[in-house]
Design a protein around this ligand. Structure first.
Ligand SMILES: [Zn+2]
Ligand SMILES: [Zn+2]
Length: 166
């Protein structure tokens, strides 16, 4: 969806609000497509002393497979939108991933929502932030069971141990 901004581009203090939903079911994270339901984005673009600032939020639901324990899970997420819109990208701006160019006085909401969503996604999909994962030896899900396997020794400590034993 394109959000027309011609009314506020030259009008400091003016604003345009928006509300849209977007299908991100083709987004691949790791080995799964966790965004099976469209995400909702709401917010406002404000001309702040000549600079177009877009603020708002994206809400959605993830149906992921946990990277650590391989369990399927569902979680609701909410990501902030806080980006700057420019009529033309300068070299400096093009390195800033939170700056978006306008296309013919309009903001490409789909592109912005998609990019902001991806930038906010954790690199890992976890069923919970402190997921204990699976034991790398016996495969038990350590969130529910404990096992008696010896803990893997950190390679750095292993090297240190070797030094000390000399
Ligand atoms: Zn997990
Ligand atoms: Zn184990």
């Amino acid at each position: 969806m394109l959000l027309g901004l011609s009314k506020i581009i030259d009008a400091p203090g003016a604003s345009v609000s928006f509300e849209t939903s977007l299908d991100l079911s083709d987004l691949l994270f790791g080995t799964c497509y966790p965004v099976q339901e469209p995400v909702q984005a709401t917010g406002i673009v404000r001309n702040t002393a000549g600079v177009l600032v877009m603020t708002g939020k994206i809400t959605g639901r993830l149906n992921g497979i946990c990277d650590r324990c391989a369990t399927a899970y569902t979680s609701d997420v909410e990501f902030p939108i806080d980006v700057v819109l420019v009529t033309e990208l300068s070299n400096e701006d093009s390195e800033d991933e939170w700056v978006f160019p306008l296309e013919a006085d309009a903001a490409d909401l789909d592109d912005i929502v998609r990019t902001v969503f991806v930038l906010n996604m954790d690199s890992k999909l976890l069923c919970k932030p402190d997921c204990k994962g699976l034991c790398c030896r016996c495969g038990k899900n350590l969130n529910f069971e404990t096992c008696t396997c010896e803990k893997e020794i950190d390679p750095r400590f292993a090297a240190l141990k070797q030094l000390l034993n000399k």
